[in-house]
Design a protein around this ligand. Sequence first.
Ligand code: ATP
Length: 463
Amino acid sequence: MNEQLTLETITALAKRRGFVYQTSEIYGGLASSYDYGPLGTELLRNIKDKWWQEMIRKKADMIGLDSQILLHPQTWVASGHVASFTDPLVEDKVTHKRYRADHLIETWLAQQPNPPKLVVEEMDVAAMGAFIAENKVLSPEGNPVTAPKEFNILFETAVGAIEGEKSKVYLRGETAQGIFTNFRQVLDSSRVKLPFGIGQIGKSFRNEITTGQFVFRTLEFEQAEIEYFFDPEQTDWHTLFEEWQQRMWHFVVNTLGVREENLRWRRHSDKERSHYSRETFDLDYRFPFGFKELWGVAYRTDYDLQQHIQHSGAKLSYKDPFSGKTFVPHVIEPAVGINRLFLMLLCDAYWHDAENKRTVLRFKPDLAPYKTAVFPLLRNKPELVQKAQQVYEAIAPHHTTTWDDRGNIGKRYYYQDEIGTPFCITIDFETLEDNSVTVRHRDTTAQDRVSIDQLLNYLQDQL
Ligand code: ATP
């Protein structure tokens, strides 16, 4: 673990090398909003492809969906978001900056030599208000804050061209509701039978109060959510829940290559858990700012489908094809943010060798934005450049590769290490004689001489 790794180090590297940029930087930026640069785009895509492959394509009981960001507004009334998708908001009485009351209390507790035993997640707004008043909890600027109030984090917008006749809609606060509202259509149009799951990846929007957590918490983000439907009389939910926990753990550790010591499970207490959930666990990752939720899994019973039945009148029940029993299925929901997986990977892969002044992103090779980099030893030697171009063209259809002919080889290695490229291929004068290239390994800096005829096989064995 990079004990001293700070969020600032990761943010600076991400910007310097084109993983993440501040949104609209030329206009001064927008709070908690980021764009993904050339390398970040590749990494995000790799994460999503892996999730889709492992969670949907490899499983016979899983199917995919792509529902809209704008849904009928009643969806969010039925789901409970309009009434209670809130965060506890306080305002600095002097600067008028806004903060989350629970976060201020957490910071205050962390600063106490003997903090009282308190689970902030279990406190309601009134309890937070009383605590802030009693302990004189201040804003980060050192000023008193207002009493906390519930602030709805759903984004509102409007459909229609004529002022006064526009109707209010919401940018979805989670992708899950699009799965519930399509439940009937999926049953009618496919041959699925319980138990089965529907998964989707897509943008969600939350008017978050907290700023300054880089891509951990943003206004616009991407979620990968699954609703796994089952008959609670046929399938034991405890077993199913544990199976999902294992799948999540396996994905993070084996597919994404994250170190287990940086992961933990956190069970929600009865007080913290949403009223409709019978069990909730968070899979937490040790970010530079502490263990925080990466991925949540909840047993939501039949709550959501029942709510939509009530509000829409639609028949969202399931008829068992064998017994003829008709009932509303229950669900287990594993929900993760792609951008949190992304930040986790940057942090977990980060490695700094102070002695050799070398920074390396040790991504699993198949996750790296570029798998290889191709270098002609000298860029003013046309015979080398031409040969290197041939190598590049032979490789490019098979995996992401990049070209670099700037500066000396040492500088090129340094740059590729910092962006996590596992293999650098150099075309030199020897290549012109024996058709071999140097392949240099990112993690060990070891170098192999490989014949161009064997190069693709050699690389594919290691990717
Ligand atoms: P938190 O407690 O951190 O606000 P949450 O419990 O509200 O998260 P869920 O509603 O369970 O989050 O959403 C599922 C997943 O979506 C989370 O585990 C997280 O990975 C991701 N997520 C939620 N909010 C954000 C956000 N503002 N920015 C980035 N990812 C998010």
